[in-house]
Design a protein around this ligand. Structure first.
Ligand code: ZN
Length: 287
């Protein structure tokens, strides 16, 4: 595994994807009018920036945890005050597309457009130039890392092939810090229920979700890894889920041997280690 600062044995990060409406508006068919016309569906998503986000900011403040918020440009344009509140609270803002576009479903031009529009919105609304990126749907394309390097990003957090961060080789010279994630540490599978739009069709108990996440924290801590939880304010900002998250924050932050911080801080630390970049190539696919 890798070396953590100040004698810490592992790292942990609470991260939030502030998807709001964008996550259900965008789809590969380009038909976002029909979902946008559904007032109740839009309100389910709007709960995130309107109610969930302020509640989560209060929890982070209480536990003195620095966090990373991945904000699509569309969310920044629609809820500028919410996004500015994240910055004012001292948290990191990172890139998450413009309209939550899934990179693998875009042309090269489409990918470039989503990256650049997202950057422009975050700069205009929050005065932020993010160093981190997370692919919407965690669906990185093989060409995304190079586009990130061209835009001076330091890290990505969308891949699933390790327990701890590493340097991902990009092109002949460059590398991106990769901070791995995993589906078991995401609240979408636990809580998202939007009939004929998204979700598993099940709504789990917050106790069950917290147990799953805490077990993985304990085990990753045991192997010196990096635990990255991904929550969405429109899901985990609901009262009983936020209460369980509050408790989990206390549990994680109560482990003095674990470095609980933002992904930007973790990426900066990893970059300073000077790790040899690791090259990943697409598998050969038999015809
Ligand atoms: Zn998202």
């Amino acid at each position: 595994m890798i070396e953590w600062p100040d004698g810490k044995t592992a790292a942990a990060a609470f991260t939030f994807d502030v998807d709001a409406e964008s996550a259900v508006l965008w789809n590969p068919s380009g038909d976002w009018q029909s979902v946008g016309a559904r007032m109740s569906v839009m309100s389910h998503q709007a709960y995130g920036p309107l109610v969930g986000l302020p509640r989560i900011l209060t929890l982070l403040e209480r536990h003195q945890i620095a966090s990373t918020f991945f904000v699509p440009g569309h969310t920044a344009d629609r809820y500028p005050q919410a996004v500015r509140a994240i910055v004012a609270a001292g948290h990191e803002i990172a890139h998450h597309g413009y309209l939550h576009e899934q990179p693998t479903q875009l042309t090269l031009e489409g990918e470039i457009d989503a990256l650049d529009r997202g950057l422009a919105a975050l700069a205009e609304v929050a005065g932020v130039r993010p160093v981190g990126y997370r692919a919407p749907m965690w669906d990185l394309s093989w060409r995304t890392p190079e586009l990130l390097i061209e835009r001076d990003f330091l890290y990505d957090s969308s891949l699933m092939d390790a327990d701890a961060p590493y340097e991902l080789a990009v092109g002949p010279q460059a590398s991106l810090v990769e901070i791995p994630i995993q589906w078991a540490l995401d609240d979408w599978e636990q809580y998202c229920f939007l009939p004929d739009v998204s979700g598993s069709g099940l709504i789990e108990s917050p106790r069950k979700a917290r147990e799953l996440w805490q077990l993985e924290f304990d085990a990753l801590r045991g192997v010196g890894g990096c635990w990255v939880l991904t929550n969405h304010p429109f899901l985990s900002g609901r009262p009983s889920r936020a209460a369980e998250l509050d408790d989990l924050m206390g549990y994680v932050a109560g482990h003095g041997d674990v470095w609980t911080t933002s992904l930007g801080e973790i990426a900066t630390h990893v970059r300073a280690l000077g790790l040899a970049p690791r090259r990943i190539s697409p598998p050969d696919v038999p015809r």
